[in-house]
Ligand binder design. Structure first.
Ligand SMILES: Cc1ncc(COP(=O)(O)O)c(C=O)c1O
Length: 378
């Protein structure tokens, strides 16, 4: 029976969902959303805060400040409340309302930037605001998740060893890339492990983290508009880019089996399905990381009006048709869903859904040029 005195002392680290019956391939999904901050960002936040305390950078009179569009802000709010620090979260109008309310409930000040900067758009304006605060008052401390080594060390110290102990035969690990803290921590750990593990980074189409063209992204968590300072590509074996329409489909596919995960989990699962279908193997142990749960996305990823406005009417219809068809097949042969594998480079989910997978999106906001890109993360 875990008994705690501070919220960050609890984190469920050993929960995996076996997705074989849902995605038709052997894939274990590590759930990182079961802690009081509700996401994997609790680990990075704790590591960065405790390192700053040890180094004497963070003292009782300090005011923490961070640019965050959600999960890191919530995690820092929770830690600040627990440890007695003041915390200012600098975000913008795209910040998820439930994350903002949660940060305020935890006693944080949430500063919302309304006007984009000439260079860097809204995120650029957020960073400018943080820098102006740092210059105006030396009590402010900016941990800066984009370049702080504590961000990747948290996963090198906890996430990766925990996977290694549960899956000593691990062959491939799928990790979403935002700031790339999770990716780099896990990749560094497994490169020195007793057996070779393929590290597959999952990114969103429209992200320029791995050198592709920036474009519109609506789902927060993954992707950037500039190369993240923490990224060292020499540790990454493969990269899969996922269209946001496929992210939505994967989220709804999981939800239809009772698992409501966050948007970035849909991206990671869709990318993993694509990669597994293109690399068939008789026996393989594959793990993917699910950074959070779905409640913070009920107004977006799980709301039909939002989906239709962003990705077109067919996206949801296709998932409904596909799951009905698959469910019928499952019932008739009494087995689990046998996910169709495409013969082309098309992801299996797209192949299953026909042409609707390439649904065009309406352009509602310009890409940003700094940090977390159009949708933001952490
Ligand atoms: C929901 C979600 N998924 C994925 C990520 C990406 O994690 P990382 O920043 O470690 O790359 C984040 C980061 O903020 C996130 O909030």
């Amino acid at each position: 029976m875990p008994i705690i005195t501070a919220p960050h002392e609890f984190n469920e680290a050993e929960l995996y969902v076996d997705l074989r019956s849902i995605v038709g391939d052997s894939l274990f999904l590590k759930c990182e959303g079961f802690n009081f901050a509700g996401s994997i960002k609790l680990k990075a936040a704790t590591e960065m805060v405790e390192a700053a305390e040890r180094d004497g950078i963070l003292t009782p009179s300090s005011i923490l400040i961070e640019s965050s569009s959600g999960n890191l802000g919530v995690a820092l709010s929770m830690l600040a409340a627990s440890k007695g620090y003041k915390f200012v979260c600098v975000t913008d109008s795209r910040c998820n309302p439930s994350s903002r309310l949660l940060m305020e409930a935890l006693g944080s000040e949430v500063h919302i930037i309304e006007e984009p900067a000439d260079i860097g758009g809204l995120l650029g304006a957020r960073i400018n605001y943080v820098q102006a605060c740092l210059e105006a008052d030396d009590r402010y401390v900016w941990l800066n998740q984009y370049s702080n080594p504590g961000n990747w060390r948290a996963h090198h110290r906890t996430t990766a060893p925990s996977i290694a102990s549960q899956f000593p035969e691990l062959d491939v690990l799928f990790v979403g890339a935002g700031t790339t803290g999770t990716l780099m921590g896990c990749a560094r750990y497994f490169k020195q492990w007793h057996r070779p593990v393929k590290i597959v980074a999952i990114d969103s189409v429209g992200s320029s983290t791995f050198g592709t063209k920036p474009g519109r992204r609506m789902i927060p968590g993954l992707g950037t508009s500039v190369r993240p300072p923490l990224l060292d590509e020499s540790y990454v074996d493969d990269v899969v880019h996922v269209e946001e329409a496929d992210t939505i489909r994967a989220c709804h596919l999981l939800a239809r089996s009772g698992f409501v995960f966050g948007g970035s989990t849909g991206t990671v699962v869709s990318g993993a399905m694509d990669w597994l279908a293109r690399h068939p193997a008789a026996r393989r142990t594959a793990v993917a990381l699910a950074p959070d749960l779905g409640e913070r996305y009920l107004n977006t990823v799980y709301r039909s009006n939002w989906i239709q406005d962003c990705y077109g009417e067919e996206v949801l219809d296709c998932v409904a048709n596909m799951t009905r068809a698959e469910a019928g097949r499952q019932r008739s042969n009494g087995s689990s869903v046998d996910w169709p594998v495409s013969s082309s480079d098309q992801p299996p989910m797209l192949a299953a859904l026909g042409d609707a997978g390439s649904e065009a999106c309406i352009d509602v906001q310009p890409p940003l040029s700094i940090g977390s890109g159009s949708a933001g993360h952490g």
